[in-house]
Ligand binder design. Sequence first.
Ligand code: LLP
Length: 473
Amino acid sequence: MSAGVGEADGLPVGSLICPEPGERPDLWSWTTLRRPDGELEIGGVAASVLAREFGTPAFVLDRADLAGRAQVWATAMAEEFWEGYGMAGGDAFYAGKAFLCSDVVRVVSQAGMGIDTASLGELTLALRAGADPAMVGLHGNNKLDEEIELALSAGEGAGIARIFVDSLGEVEQIAAVARRLGTRARVMVRLKTGIHAGGNEYIATSHEDQKFGVSVADGSALEVVAAISARPELELLGFHNHIGSQILGTEAFVAAVRVVLEFRARVEREFGLATPEVDLGGGVGIAYTGVDAAPTPVIEVVRAIAAAVREVCGELGTSIPRVSVEPGRSVVGPTTVTLYRVGAIKDVTLEGGGVRRYVSVDGGMSDNIRPALYGAQYTATLANRLSGEAPVRCRVVGKHCESGDIVVHDVDLPADVRTGDLLAVPATGAYGYAMASNYNLLAKPVVVACEGGRASVVVRRQSMEHLLELDVQ
Ligand code: LLP
């Protein structure tokens, strides 16, 4: 992976873009570079041009980077699970919850990924944007009939690729909708495997005491399989497990493969039901700041999963299933920076005498809730210019009425950082816009995709009219 930082200008790679000494270029999208005039450029478009044309805050998406990351996933799955290697095929579905808009659907679809959705809104958007229904999945621990109806009637009645069953009650719910529509539903059972991993309790999803999936350990998963096999409207494709998010290393994925495949073998033994597929969810982590551990390369994760599938199926004496994954963060996270305009600046005297400089920007927790929600750490850099001034310790904060409204807890910015400057915060592509709110009635930012020197709006900035539309006067 090359960030291309400064390379084009003959400047040392990674040296100028990094706000902190030693910070790495892999925090930034592939085409991000620092121009000779000191400006940050993304997809060939300068930060100040973006701010002038589209305003701030703005999410700036590097489209070539997104296409590249999607291709890496799609190709790795196709190659490592290639039939010619004795495997049964592999697919990558982009987890739309990380960030979904029509442009992203088109880019990742063209790169060979399917789309994983988790609500009526996500499913509708994906289908409207032209996602192939045969490469679309539907998740959710509390599905609406409307969601299931759309899933089963998409693609001129052929339905989407698979619906993930999340509870016993849902078996009859899906069967009833299928009956009503005179069709069959392809389903996979979302398992709770007891393996959980990831950065935060709220984003780890496969331990027992949480709402997703049905437990392998307490027998609920088998009960669900029995219920599915008794319904002619349902075709059991296989099993799914998502172990959490922001996971580094391959160990947890390998452990999940074993539990899922052992369960699959048990179903085959006890019910005589051979299932053709397994899905191992998403969860591959990315770097957010210069002090984060290096993320595990996608190919390493995929190879580890493939090796484990081969080994465990060999041990169990079962057929090898088709394998899919649902990455979100690792596809879109590093593709995007948020551009903010600096407003108020104040120095705050700390207990013990130190000073912290509070640099306020024109967004905050309404466009990035992750620091407040998970204690997530980010970094930032001056985007409109370079400065030779010595760095000062800053905290970048938003404009919301809440002291927890922090964008970057701690970052060195040049001492002459001033009102009107632009700040870029990298790695905001996943769960940034997707979790944006209108807190304090701030409008949602624009999302601009840049590629080859051209910038285009892919999600419009929310207008005041749209913001107030639902208010009954
Ligand atoms: N598949 C399923 C069933 C999931 O629940 C998720 C994420 C994914 C795939 C994609 O996982 P990824 O590759 O993006 O880690 N809002 C949190 C993350 C929540 C993840 C929810 N599920 C955050 O901002 O960190």
